[in-house]
Design a protein around this ligand. Structure first.
Ligand code: KG4
Ligand code: ZN
Length: 365
């Protein structure tokens, strides 16, 4: 216990971020350390699983130690008079010094799926080793459950029920959240995830990796109506998505313009692509909330950081009297604070794992 509160050391390694955090009672973040491999994978235009695993292996122990050290610093700052447990420092990368002991930690949490199997296994092996050596309970967390829970950290008054839009490089789901541990997936992508579509289109446009933030930025100076791409709504009443067609649509457009000797207006194409994708996402999410009588929509995952998506969803929510919640960018992309939060609610529901916990790359929600 730390200051009489249940303390979790959480580890996340499902993709290309090695992350560890110390979280009190689910919502109070003492530290949130993220070692990103983005620069390494940039050279390949995407995450290379084997390289990701090797970097997780090199980094994971250091990242866990940093999480403990940074938590000590946050505690020292609190003792020195800071009122908020979540200091700005705790939500940023880095941290040094201090020396909180593992004895202060009550449980070890870890993402066990979905994700890259080799990457997940590094976090899992580390968490199991800490749990076994220190005699602490082990709590397995679903990565998407973690993304949704990032909102509980940011918004202290937020409580289920609500509708969640989980939108990242690996997932695009509309999830009905009835309680802290009760989820029903209403729809998901049938092919590419939204973030994957952003990344692939950015590559076609020669923008670099990861594509989401780059398209977000460049689309601001483009006209979303200059180039129109097809909106794919699928069957009436379906909350599923399909984004592979639009990626091909952009590719075909770029190739035909090049063949005709015309210059591509990259901001216009980026804005047109983004508008087509977001029109569908916003319409389906708000329709789901209205149909299921939810007056709150919660955004989660890397693409939830997208400024146009936030703008469009906010405007649509305002029309229907729905409150919109999203985490700050550092809690949108992969991090361990969100895993610590989800783990706390698992723990309270008696969902504790044992040392047989295995990595499940396609773990369903
Ligand atoms: O949640 P996340 O960090 O990792 C996964 O679990 O997938 O999400 C990463 C994805 C990438 O595809 C990235 O391009 C996208 O989120 N992303 C964005 C933005 N920031 C990150 N997509 C659109 N706009 C953004 N601002
Ligand atoms: Zn994620």
């Amino acid at each position: 216990m730390i200051k009489g509160k249940f303390a979790i050391l959480a580890i996340e390694s499902s993709c290309d971020e090695t992350a560890a955090a110390v979280v009190l009672e689910g919502r109070e973040v003492l530290s949130n350390v993220i070692s990103s491999q983005i620069e390494i994978h940039k050279a390949y235009g995407g995450v290379v699983p084997e390289i990701a695993s090797r970097h997780h292996l090199n980094n994971v122990n250091w990242v866990c130690q940093q999480a403990l050290d940074q938590a000590s610093e946050t505690l020292a700052a609190m003792d020195a008079g800071e009122t908020s447990v979540i200091s700005d420092a705790a939500l940023k990368e880095g941290g040094s010094g201090g020396g909180l002991s593992m004895d202060d930690i009550d449980a070890i949490a870890v993402t066990y799926g979905p994700g890259l199997v080799g990457a997940l296994l590094i976090g899992l092996a580390t968490a199991k080793a800490y749990a076994l050596a220190m005699g602490k309970p082990l709590i397995g967390v679903h990565h998407i459950h973690g993304h949704i829970c990032a909102n509980f950290i940011e918004h202290k008054d937020l409580k289920p029920p609500f509708m969640a839009l989980v939108i990242s490089g690996g997932h695009t789901n509309i999830v009905e959240v009835s309680d802290y541990n009760e989820y029903q997936v209403l729809g998901g992508t049938r092919d590419d995830a939204a973030g994957e579509a952003y990344d692939k289109v950015a590559r076609v446009l020669g923008l670099g990796y990861p594509g989401g933030p780059l398209i977000d930025k460049i689309a601001k100076s483009g006209n979303p109506e200059a180039v129109e791409f097809k909106r794919v709504f699928l069957e009436k009443d379906s909350f599923d998505f399909s984004f592979s067609g639009i990626k091909t649509g952009v590719l075909n457009y770029v190739n035909s313009e090049k063949q005709a000797g015309r210059e591509i207006n990259v901001p216009d194409v980026a804005a047109g692509f983004q508008q087509a994708v977001l029109d569908v996402i916003v319409t389906k999410t708000v329709t789901a909330a209205i149909q299921m009588n939810k007056d709150k929509i919660v955004m989660a995952g890397g693409v939830a950081a997208n400024s146009r998506l936030r703008e469009m969803l906010q405007a649509e929510c305002d029309k229907h009297g729905i409150s919109l919640y999203h985490p700050s960018p550092i809690l949108c992309t992969d991090n361990a604070a969100m895993i610590g939060c989800a783990a706390y609610y698992n723990y309270k529901a008696g969902k504790i794992s044992d040392l047989t916990l295995d990595a499940i790359p396609n773990l369903p929600l």
